[in-house]
Ligand binder design. Structure first.
Ligand code: ACM
Ligand code: ZN
Length: 534
């Protein structure tokens, strides 16, 4: 082996840590510029960020955390030919989240038409860095042009089954940002806990956020008897929303109705069909007690809740759940039956009149939110009998359901459980599943990667209704941040490439070559991640 020529005291580029732009998710176009020397990123470089000091500061923090290089952040250059990472506004970048990176021996330029694009360009630069302390990084000369495949790139965090403090939610938001994701679907209400402060009805958190214990396992009759509680004040929510927005992430709250509402019924037994008494649930599964659709008071309470949800959350969409609402109580309830009678609700092909009543129920809520300028998104069940096609579907079923929904003109987020439920096992070796969701099929890394969200045979118009893709962290068995990380890392990396990277640029083997560097960035950030993949 011949040592490469290296003149002492002068940089020896062969030995310098090098940046590598083949990150996760893979940028859609990377062109190496062989004719230009690399740029040497050193501590005397600065970040010239124009008026986006926030993104500039986040970039500086990330570079410092990874390499130890402490770059000054400036709005404009303080001298000619300053060696720098420069942000530039470029209206020709048509995707609002797209960006370009140009590196030559003189500097690094990140250009975009919006803050979001500058943010993702910065993230790509950050992930390209060698994850080690150094005083110089050699950044190869490249031209990158990149934009996401889908506009909705989300993760659900279930804070209903187990409460996560704001500091953990912020770490989860950082994890989303690292994977170029832009939506946190925040599951805030469940049978087992109401987590959103409603100022008009303090009982919702005084009573609804506390349970006496948690089921151990699934349906074996064991309970830990350990009280569990927690809720987010409206100020907490605003802090989460602000922190997320700084990272180009929208927070969509979910208030799940009419089912998964035992915690709500524990506070307002009069809006349940039987009148209760109810207590905040201490076990998992689908619960038969749901809110009464025949009682006008139900809608008064729900309007109060949604008024405050809309005051706090600026998101275009509000998620109203709609999943797993058994009709057993509605079938027996005189008020619900009177509603069916009065509204002329009838059974339709394959749907009972009680199922149609859920359509009517959803439509009331939908109209209320639409009047406030919001759109509704919910689980598949809201599509089954709802009158309006204006609400978007979070489709946990397969591609047939996606195709059917878009053919009805509905917007869809693909969330197929067999690829997107990250509470499901990651492999077949049960010793590696710390807390198993026993009903879930195995969702290994390669399976996540293989998801193609757009069904074959759709027209361009139909395809345009597929807003994006989301994965979920359901929380029955995930009661701490460490487990959130074990369940999601590295599956989020595979999901990120489903959401961002064009199919022609995706390749699982190549992804596996790029994954070790992503794992190093998990280590740099202190994120726990699962070593074994399937
Ligand atoms: C769901 O999995 N119940 C949405
Ligand atoms: Zn009823």
């Amino acid at each position: 082996m011949v040592a490469l020529a290296c003149i002492p005291g002068i940089f020896c580029q062969a030995e310098l840590p090098r940046a590598d732009f083949r990150v996760v998710p893979l940028p859609n176009s990377i062109e190496n510029i062989e004719s230009s020397k690399p740029f040497l990123l050193t501590g005397d470089c600065c970040i010239i960020c124009g008026n986006d000091t926030l993104t500039g500061r986040l970039l500086a923090e990330d570079i410092f955390k990874i390499t130890g290089l402490n770059l000054a952040v400036q709005e404009s250059a303080s001298k000619k030919n300053q060696r720098a990472v420069r942000f530039e506004t470029d209206a020709t970048v048509s995707n609002p989240e797209g960006y370009r990176i140009n590196v030559d021996s003189k500097g690094i330029r990140i250009s975009a038409s919006s803050r979001a694009g500058l943010f993702y360009g910065s993230k790509t630069l950050v992930k390209s860095l060698p994850q080690r302390k150094t005083d110089t990084v050699s950044v190869p000369a490249v031209r990158i042009s990149d934009a996401p495949r889908f506009a909705y790139r989300g993760m659900l965090l279930d804070c209903g089954r187990h409460f996560f403090p704001v500091k953990d939610v912020k770490v989860f938001i950082d994890m989303l940002a690292l994977h170029n994701m832009n939506t946190l679907h925040w599951h805030l209400t469940e049978d087992q806990g109401w987590r959103f402060e409603v100022r008009k009805h303090p009982v919702l958190t005084e009573v609804g956020s506390k349970r006496r214990g948690s089921e151990i396992g699934w349906s074996v009759g064991l309970n830990d008897g350990v009280p569990h509680e927690g809720f987010y004040t409206q100020d907490d929510c605003r802090e989460v929303i602000r922190y997320a927005a700084e990272r180009n992430i929208t927070v969509i709250p979910e208030i799940d109705i009419p089912g998964h509402t035992t915690s709500l019924l524990a506070c307002f037994p009069e809006i349940g069909c039987t009148g209760g008494p109810y207590s905040v649930s201490d076990h998992w599964g689908v619960h038969e007690d749901i809110v009464c659709a025949g009682n006008d008071h139900t809608f008064e309470i729900l309007r109060d809740v949604l008024d405050e949800v809309c005051e706090v959350f600026p998101s275009e969409y509000i998620n109203i759940g709609g999943d797993e609402a058994p009709k057993t109580r509605w079938e027996q309830c005189p008020k619900c039956q009177a509603r069916i009678e009065k509204e002329g609700i009838i059974a339709t092909d394959g749907h009972s009149k009680e199922s149609a009543l859920q359509g009517w129920f959803t439509h009331q809520i939908e109209q209320y939110l639409n009047k406030k300028g919001r759109k509704v998104i919910g689980w598949n069940e809201i599509a089954e009998s709802v009158a309006s096609a204006s609400s978007a579907i979070m489709n946990r079923y397969d591609s047939v359901a996606t195709a059917n929904a878009v053919r009805e003109g509905r917007d869809v987020v693909v969330n197929t459980s067999a690829y997107c439920y990250f509470d499901y096992p990651q492999g077949s070796d049960l010793r590696l599943e710390p807390k198993l969701f026993p009903l879930g099929e195995t969702v290994g890394l390669s399976r996540v990667y293989s998801l193609e969200p757009v069904p074959a045979g759709l027209t361009e118009e139909e395809k345009s209704h597929i807003l994006g893709v989301q994965a979920n962290v359901w929380g029955e068995f995930i009661d701490r941040l460490l487990l959130v990380q074990y369940q999601t890392l590295p599956r989020m990396a595979a999901m990120a490439e489903v959401q961002w990277t064009e199919p022609a640029n995706k390749n699982y083997k190549d992804f596996l070559h790029r994954l070790p560097n992503m794992r190093k960035s998990y280590d740099t950030n202190g994120y726990f991640h699962r070593a074994h993949i399937e």
